[in-house]
Write a protein that binds this ligand. Structure first.
Ligand code: UD1
Ligand code: MG
Length: 407
């Protein structure tokens, strides 16, 4: 049954303690990551896990004496990811057994993904493998998904769909035009997508991890974008738990449990990412590696899938969706795709300039707004991310409020 009217999900004492414990373990995870990264970085470098900081000349950004770019330890996302797993396990000790299957699925998927990301950093996988491996890592998550596979079709879409399907039926069965006109097709309000919904979730996880990985190449951007999206996800959970935008819901208790669980997963992610960001911010002391990109994509997808709001997550990925679509000709090999699609550094101005043949958002922003320093570009891209998250979410709330009252 759908309950209309304002629903305010009140957090009881136990839930407040739960959130507090989650924040405490996340604060511990932040400090541990912050402390451990500089300790592990030299070991990574000694093992050959390092890369050239391609947007620099000489040891300092923009210098001109030594044209060799500095070597930076790579794949330090592994430390953040390992601390995240520890924090999640420790926090689970305090949680009741009711969420155990979901915890296990989340742990299995994220661990699988970290392993694959690290394999990518060490083995430098081909694009084909990068697509296939996240599919495998998502399987435990899909197996544990026990939520609804039903979607609500809004009234305007229902009208439009029944018209399109009606025309299609007339086109296929031209001999029965009169009969089809007398019995117009009615699209139901609730449609169960069944296995297609699970397929959609699988594609979502593959998309999230790869989308973060290809929106990269300047200091701080990989973690920066994930942090902004993670904050949007956490705010979305808070909005439902605190009843900021009251909406009709069928089962407020379930909604509360879903968003609390999603917050459990995202808070330690934000904490470990923030600590990594401190070391990855311009000029980067460490690179995050593909390990972090896959880990971040999986965490965000996981929080949304197990929180039962995977459609909303896509709204927070608008810049990544654009970047992916704009990159498609190069990803598909229709246009030649170089190994790195970075901007060009002008050593005189010490600014990055857009390269038209490198078809990604990074270069497009530089081509539209003009040259910027690496630090400025990262700030602009993070601000754009925040703007589109807010815009997407605002539009969602507008549509949902309209659908709630007119469907
Ligand atoms: C993706 C992008 C590629 C981009 C690269 C940068 C696609 C199809 N691929 O490839 O265009 O150049 O990410 O991460 O869009 N690096 C820097 N500064 C940074 C971060 C990375 O110079 O702030 C360089 C370093 O040399 C580092 C390397 O990028 O070693 C890491 O590249 P990697 O993550 O392996 O590239 P891909 O993810 O395959
Ligand atoms: Mg990468």
């Amino acid at each position: 049954m759908i309950v209309f009217g304002s629903v305010y999900v009140q957090l009881d004492g136990a839930a407040r303690v739960h959130v507090l414990l989650n924040w405490l373990s996340s604060a511990g995870a932040f400090l541990a990551t912050l402390f451990l990264i500089p300790r592990f970085a030299p070991r990574f470098e000694r093992s050959g896990l390092c890369g050239r900081d391609l947007n620099k000349v000489s040891g300092k950004a923009g210098g001109t004496t030594n044209r060799e770019q500095p070597l930076v330890p790579e794949a330090l996302g592994l430390v953040a990811a390992a601390v995240y797993l520890c924090a999640l396990c420790l926090f689970h000790l305090f949680r009741g057994p009711e969420a155990t299957p979901f915890y296990n699925a989340a742990l299995a998927s994220v661990t699988f993904m970290i392993l694959l990301g690290f394999a990518d950093d060490v083995l430098d996988l081909r694009w084909r493998d990068k697509m296939i491996l996240p599919c495998i890592a998502t399987l435990p998550l899909l197996a544990a998904y026990a939520g609804s596979t039903t979607v609500i079709v809004p009234q305007p879409v229902r009208v439009w769909l029944s018209r399109v399907l009606g025309q299609l039926a007339i086109w296929v069965r031209a001999d029965r035009v009169e009969a089809l006109k007398r019995m117009p097709l009615v699209v139901p309000r609730l449609v169960d997508l069944g296995w297609f919904y699970k397929l959609y979730m699988l594609l979502l996880a593959v998309f999230c991890s790869n989308a973060i990985n290809i929106h990269a190449g300047i200091n701080g951007l990989e973690v920066g974008q994930a942090l902004v999206i993670g904050c949007a996800v956490a705010l979305h959970n808070a909005a439902h738990l605190r009843g900021w935008f009251p909406l009709p819901v069928a089962d407020p208790e379930r909604l509360r449990a879903n968003h609390l669980f999603s917050l459990d997963l995202i808070a330690p992610f934000l904490a470990t990412s923030a600590a990594l960001f401190v070391h990855n911010w311009y000029p980067s002391a460490v690179f995050v590696g593909d390990t972090y990109c896959y880990f971040a994509g999986m965490c965000l997808a996981m929080a949304a899938i197990l929180g039962h709001y995977s459609e909303t997550l896509l709204l927070f990925f608008i810049p990544q969706v654009f970047n992916f679509l704009y990159s498609l000709p190069q990803l598909l090999g229709i246009i030649e795709c170089p190994r790195h699609r970075l901007p060009r550094l002008n050593p005189k101005t010490r600014k990055l300039e857009g390269v038209p043949s490198h078809m990604n958002l990074l270069n497009l922003v530089l081509l539209i707004w003009g040259p910027m320093t690496e630090r400025q570009l990262c700030i602009v891209l993070m601000a754009l991310q925040a703007f589109f998250c807010a815009l997407g979410y605002g539009l969602r709330m507008l549509v949902l409020h309209k659908v709630a009252w007119f469907s």
